[in-house]
Write a protein that binds this ligand. Structure first.
Ligand SMILES: Nc1ncnc2c1ncn2[C@@H]1O[C@H](COP(=O)(O)OP(=O)(O)OP(=O)(O)O)[C@@H](O)[C@H]1O
Length: 499
């Protein structure tokens, strides 16, 4: 492999006066300026798409509004949250930030600056999975609604469940421990059952006239769970599903608990070339798992992958199945066009989505390629700062026709061939997953990737426990090993949305 292929740059920001492929020469802007633009953009306009870049029937604020509200914009909140975390952990950061070369090139760190805020809206060779926990929650999706049970619920002023709230419907009985995070459609809580097993519970309030996303997700998880029962070795990078229910208009489902998203980790930690490649391989395997279970994801991006816990801490899970659709195998059943103008997140969406066409397996792989490039060369995707959807689509076309040399120099050489292969897959064709996996294995061999090496976030120092919190800490950590405790403290706990 030529030396140039191995060179990586750390400068994630566009250089001064850099020419963007959209044709305009943009002055370098600071993240703050971009953020301001973004905020500005989110206010006011009535748009067919949400400021998150997704087509949604309601505003990303979660309210049925006819305009997008900057203060509640999902991205805005995420950015704020990332900034808060960044400040909190800045003193704990480590790694090579001064650009000095290290002995081994694969040890070089890829520093990702805080996510760019474009003015536009815009998935290894691992040991077999550990046996699933034996929750006292039967694997069922039957729902029930009982007023009596609803009385046990405790909410705060914003209708969020408070710690201690009891969710009890037939087959499910859990207690809320804390809020883990919020999406555009509801909250995700850490819950435990009577045997002290911990899970994540996703909730959504049903509102009249608004189609439910959670319903779709439950349907998908239910089908996947059934498929996995018949094929126990499949879908290991998809979350376990432990049932769903409803209490009055609060709909919820229980799934496996995972750690932070890949996106949040690579934003916070300088990752090595090896880590980036391992994440890409895991992300690819997640897609293959979902496809094997019969679904296309339609929103592949680093945000929708989460790191596993405990023995699974080197595994990456494909999450958020709110936009999945069944794979259609018979061409005569394939709709000629999609119901929506655009589905996905502009930065990572496949060209098919830009054309308003139905997405199939190849499209998830295309989004995976963009996600991988974004891991190796942060913020370098040529359309990262492009507002116009059409132009962004054209830039993606150009990317496959003439891959930019600065990107090629930062990604593993076999990726060029992977890009060619993915680009050649037709709508109804099943991608050659084996060929892609072989190329990935090849990349891992070339760079002597050690799959047992801890990830950067595993090595991060954990804060010293305060004496008075020792009891609480014991409670949280009773089922976790030391490494996972680091993740829980530094990441999961940090993701509790404050105020
Ligand atoms: N299984 C899980 N285990 C642990 N945390 C989770 C789990 N699922 C979700 N989370 C956390 O909850 C947050 C909200 O998740 P959710 O899927 O509702 O929203 P999102 O993916 O961020 O947004 P949206 O669904 O609107 O695209 C996530 O950002 C993540 O931090």
């Amino acid at each position: 492999m030529p030396d140039s292929k191995r060179k990586r740059t750390r400068n994630a920001e566009p250089s001064k006066g850099e020419t963007y492929k959209s044709g305009s020469v943009r002055k370098r802007t600071s993240g703050n300026q971009d953020a301001k633009k973004k905020e500005k953009r989110c206010t006011g306009k009535i748009e067919e798409k949400c400021c998150t870049g997704k087509i949604e029937e309601k505003c990303c604020s979660g309210k049925n509004e006819d305009k997008c509200c900057a203060a509640k914009c999902e991205r805005y909140l995420k950015r704020k949250k990332q900034q808060r975390r960044k400040n909190k952990h800045s003193s704990r950061r480590h790694g090579n930030r001064d650009g000095k070369k290290k002995d081994k090139k694969k040890k070089q760190k890829i520093k990702r600056s805080p996510l760019p805020q474009p003015p536009s809206p815009s998935p290894s060779p691992l040991p077999p999975p550990p046996p699933p926990p034996s929750p006292n929650i039967p694997d069922t999706s039957k729902t029930s609604s009982t007023r009596k049970e609803a009385e046990k619920l405790r909410f705060d002023a914003e209708k969020k469940l408070l710690p201690g709230a009891k969710i009890a419907v037939p087959n499910i009985e859990v207690t809320v421990l804390k809020l883990l995070g919020e999406g555009g459609f509801g909250q995700v809580y850490l819950v435990r059952d009577s045997k002290e097993n911990r899970y994540a519970m996703k909730t959504e309030y049903m509102r009249e006239g608004i189609s439910s996303r959670i319903k779709m997700e439950v349907k998908a998880y239910d089908k996947i769970a059934k498929y996995r029962k018949e094929h126990p070795k499949s879908g290991i990078r998809l979350l376990g599903f432990f049932g769903s229910g409803a209490i009055d208009n609060l709909k919820f489902f229980i799934m496996s608990l995972v750690g932070p998203s890949v996106d949040s980790l690579v934003t916070k930690y300088e990752i090595s070339f090896g880590t980036a490649l391992r994440l890409c391989i895991e992300m690819f395997n997640g897609i293959v798992d979902l496809h094997t279970c019969g679904f296309v994801h339609r929103d592949i991006k680093p945000e929708n992958y989460a790191i596993g816990l405990n023995a699974d801490r080197r595994r990456v899970y494909l999450v958020d199945l709110g936009m999945v659709v069944r794979i259609i195998e018979e061409s005569d059943r394939m709709p000629t066009s999609s119901k929506y103008d655009f589905i996905g997140t502009q930065l990572y969406a496949p060209r098919t989505s830009h054309l308003g066409n139905v997405q199939t397996q190849r499209d998830d792989l295309e989004s995976w390629i963009y996600s991988c490039v974004d891991l190796f060369a942060p913020n370098k995707l040529p359309w990262a700062y492009e507002c116009d959807r059409q132009k962004a689509g054209d830039l993606k076309d150009e990317f496959f026709k003439n891959p930019p040399s600065d990107i090629l120099s930062q990604i593993p050489a076999p990726f060029e061939e992977i890009m060619r292969k993915v680009n050649m897959v037709s709508m109804m064709q099943k991608p050659d997953y084996k060929a892609i996996r072989d190329l990935l294995d090849n990349a891992a061999k070339m760079d002597e990737i050690d799959f047992d090496e801890p990830f950067e976030w595993e090595l991060a120092k954990q804060p010293k426990p305060k004496d008075d919190s020792a009891g609480k800490k014991k409670d949280i950590s009773e089922k976790l090993d030391r490494t996972q405790l680091t993740i829980v403290e530094n990441e999961v706990a940090g993701r509790v949305v404050a105020g």
